[in-house]
Design a protein around this ligand. Structure first.
Ligand code: TXA
Ligand code: MG
Length: 339
């Protein structure tokens, strides 16, 4: 049995972590699957229970922003200034920074043998308390079976890992709903590269550091021989067992008409669903991009657990910056795109 740990019982979670157990934890983005980052056996367990490919490095979570300088290698004064600004503006929050790792801090099981490491300070008080009580950073890939939608509610974690991990630090559904922006600031020049889109966008980064050269994330299919900069981005992700079609607002009626006889689950804006009487299994995503992003993974999981359904349709929003993280996760989950 997996123990559900109340937020104010975070010390219990820390005690389990210190014993080498796995404890899932909430953040503002998605739930993570925690293990103490210097416990090699525990970290190996994280890969094992997730079924995660071992060449995909983990990120580490810290509870005090300035600790990044303890775990990162010594950097140029210019880099230190850049990172100081970024953590002041965006931490705690949905931004993971890829920095050169201090030699000897994290084993290859964490970094995948790279000379860099991803570090972030999540915006969730109970989790920050648990990390502080643990006394060392904790690794935290999303707490889902590899390839499935990331968990945004404790019940999603329970669904995937009940009986397989020691505990889940309980919480309300996560605020953002998709994983953090991964920003590579490990190069020696004044450049930064978004390796995974999230709630922190290129515009927000440029506003915070006007002279920073930000290379935005580009979505494209990699061919098999290509090695992506963020190893995790090469895998098909977030994908339910049922086929998922991503469909633009204009094409939804057409696609539904073409699926006559199939039982469709449709996740879309409240407004669009009101005008869709022929579909009877619906998930309301709300009206703003924040609401869409917040609900996407729960919609995919809810539909996937519904034995009546044959197919999942999800409304695809326009290709603009604020929609980037939502589109990226939906496109990765989809077997077909109608746009
Ligand atoms: O919001 C989040 O970031 C969540 C919560 C739990 O904090 N965590 C999360 O972890 O999404 P994970 O492991 O699912 O995703 C981390 C991403 C992966 O795409 C991984 O390949 C990439 O960061 N990554 C990790 N270390 C890296 C490194 N040294 N260089 C480049 N990419 C790295
Ligand atoms: Mg993940």
């Amino acid at each position: 049995m997996t123990e559900i740990i109340k937020a104010d019982q975070f010390k219990e979670g820390a005690a389990l972590l210190k014993k080498g157990e796995l404890v899932a934890f909430p953040t503002e983005t998605v739930f993570g699957l925690g293990a103490v980052a210097n416990n090699e056996e525990a970290v190996k367990q994280v890969y094992q229970v997730k079924g995660r490919p071992s060449d995909n490095p983990l990120i580490v979570h810290i509870s005090r922003a300035e600790d990044i300088f303890t775990y990162a290698a010594d950097m140029s004064a210019e880099k230190v200034t850049l990172i100081t600004t970024l953590i002041k503006v965006f931490w705690p929050g949905p931004l993971t920074l890829i920095v050169p790792t201090r030699v000897g801090m994290f084993g290859p099981v964490v970094t995948g043998g790279l000379t860099t490491v991803g570090i972030r300070m999540p915006d969730h008080q109970a989790t920050l308390n648990m990390i502080t009580a643990t006394g060392f950073p904790i690794v935290g890939p999303s707490a889902n079976i590899s390839g499935k939608p990331s968990p945004t509610q404790s019940k999603h974690v329970y669904h995937d890992f009940n009986g397989k991990i020691a505990g889940i630090l309980d919480s309300e559904p996560t605020r953002v709903g998709v994983e953090s922006t991964v920003l590579d600031v490990s190069s020696s020049d004044h450049k930064a590269h978004i390796l995974r889109p999230g709630a922190v966008t290129a515009s927000m980064l440029r506003q915070a550091v006007p002279d920073l050269e930000v290379q935005d994330f580009e979505f494209r299919q990699l061919d098999d021989a290509e090695v992506p900069k963020a190893p995790g981005m090469k895998y098909r992700h977030y994908s339910p067992n049922l086929p998922v079609y991503a469909v633009s607002t204009e094409k939804i009626e057409y696609v539904i008409a073409s699926l006559k006889g199939k039982n469709i689950g449709l996740a879309a804006s409240n407004q669009l669903l009101e005008n869709m009487p022929t579909v009877n299994i619906k998930y309301k995503l709300g009206s703003s991009i924040a609401e869409f992003t917040h609900g996407l993974f729960d919609a995919l999981r809810t539909f996937d657990d519904n034995p009546e359904l044959d197919i999942i349709l999800v409304q695809l929003l326009d290709d603009k910056e604020e929609n980037q993280a939502y589109r990226n996760r939906l496109l990765k989950a989809s077997s077909k795109v109608f746009e």
